[in-house]
Design a protein around this ligand. Structure first.
Ligand code: HEM
Length: 414
């Protein structure tokens, strides 16, 4: 869909979220486009891009005009091979993040119970225990905190929460591979085929796992959903539950790995803030909010219009794909004072849109916050003198929505 270039529809030929400079650091580009226009068309991705806090907030609160259905669709057409693999073995359908009411309302209502603050707080001792075990295993010297801590902690927690057995974790992790590239990046045909095969394996695993829980429910989140199904099969079907298990294991995993990686990097790159945090660990919850505002792991998310709309003077047609720059909203000077300053004591940081807003507000936010809080608290206690390894290049996967360093090398003190 290519719009005519008119006064009410600016076109930004150079905006490319898969370009090297954007992938390395999207924030200067966010700031430039946000200052220039509230919305524009980007031919590189065939999407309208919305840049400002108030507009993005209004869109998130208007699911009737802005459908979530496009959230997980591949940005670029898939190869014939990948399409055939998916068609044969991948039976997932939208249940939450890419689903609209009324199905979304029905499924979310039942899932919400499992993510209440009370249910999540029960997990807190387990997160502490796992984080402590991982940190205890770190040897003095150079260490990659992604592989040592920020990858295994959320993976272990979400898999345990869903109920996947410990012994399957390595296999599950190996299937997660480059999944982000499939729906949000531009993988080569070979990569598409590999990812599609992994998705089929993962899906088959989820079907088998949910069938096992249906036959023999235990004490985990999936079994809670099975009990709801057993009481009222119309409330949640077995297929709905399989989709939830598949979707959650992905949503609850790399989002938090990437966020904690960004957070630790920002803190260590701002040593006075890290020092303040280590001196007073009661600042950690507030600091987590500022890190979500300043450098979250989902700096952009998608919608598709169901009707022609006008965003702050810019006309957007019906069935237009829309990219919401959450990261640009979180640094909008119209909303946050001195938005480019990273300040862990910022009082209004929690007004960020890092978890979205409205009916799709991130269901895992309490778990993500808790994991990040515990990881930072533990690092501040155990390694207040750790430092980033100088001169390292941070490598970020090229895609339109997810951002986090693949590795984060630090000098771990004696
Ligand atoms: C720091 C980590 C995380 C960030 C930045 C994040 C961010 C987001 C964002 C931006 C959305 C989309 C909101 C929208 O479409 O309006 C979302 C939705 C969602 N997130 Fe998260 N998320 C994180 C962690 C998690 C975790 C740990 C889980 C699961 C345990 C999770 C599960 C979900 C689900 C299921 C949805 C869809 C909710 C719905 O559509 O009703 N997320 N998240």
């Amino acid at each position: 869909m290519t719009p005519p270039e008119t006064a009410s529809c600016p076109v930004h030929q150079n905006f490319d979220p898969l370009g090297d400079s954007y992938v390395a650091d999207p924030y200067p580009i966010h700031s430039a486009v946000r200052d220039e226009t509230p919305a524009f068309y980007a031919p590189s991705i065939d999407m309208w891009v919305v840049t400002r806090y108030d507009d993005i907030q209004k869109i998130l609160m208007n699911p009737g005009a802005f459908s979530a259905q496009v959230g997980q669709r591949p940005v670029f057409p898939l190869s014939g091979d990948a399409q055939a693999i998916i068609k044969d073995g991948f039976r997932a359908y939208p249940v939450m993040s890419d689903c609209d009411p009324p199905r979304h309302t029905r499924i979310r209502r039942h899932n919400q119970k499992g993510f209440s603050a009370r249910r999540i707080s029960v997990l807190e001792p387990k997160v502490w225990a796992k984080a402590t075990e991982l940190v205890d295993a770190i040897e003095p010297g150079e260490v990659d905190l992604v592989s040592a801590l920020t990858y295994p902690l959320p993976a272990y927690m979400i898999f345990t929460f869903i109920g996947f057995p410990d012994e399957d974790m390595d296999m599950l992790k190996s299937w997660c591979g480059n999944r982000i590239a499939f729906s949000w990046g531009r993988p080569s045909p070979d990569e598409q085929r590999d990812i599609a095969n992994n998705m089929v394996n993962y899906w088959a695993y989820c079907e088998e796992f949910v069938a096992k829980r249906a036959a023999n429910p235990v004490d985990d989140f999936t079994s809670d959903l099975i009990r709801i199904h057993q009481q009222d099969p119309d409330a949640l079907s077995i297929a709905d539950i399989t989709n939830v298990a598949y979707g959650l294991s992905f949503a609850g995993h790399e989002t938090t790995t990437s966020f904690t990686g960004n957070a630790i990097r920002q803190l260590l790159a701002n040593p006075e803030q890290w020092k303040a945090l280590c001196a007073d660990r009661s600042l950690v919850p507030q600091a987590v909010e500022e890190m979500l505002r300043f450098d979250s792991s989902i700096p952009a998310w998608r919608r598709i219009t169901t009707q022609a709309v006008n965003v702050d003077g810019v006309d957007i047609p019906a069935e237009a794909k829309v990219l919401l720059l959450l990261g640009a909203a979180n640094r909008d000077p119209g909303h946050f004072a001195e938005p480019e300053t990273f300040d862990i004591q910022r009082e209004d940081a929690r007004a960020h849109l890092a978890f979205g807003k409205g009916i799709h507000y991130c269901i895992g936010a309490p778990l993500a916050r808790m994991e990040a809080r515990i990881a930072l608290d533990l690092l501040a206690q155990r390694a207040p003198h750790m430092k980033l390894i100088d001169g390292q290049d941070f490598d970020f996967p090229a895609n339109i929505s997810f951002r986090g360093p693949r590795s984060l090398r630090v000098r771990w003190p004696n």
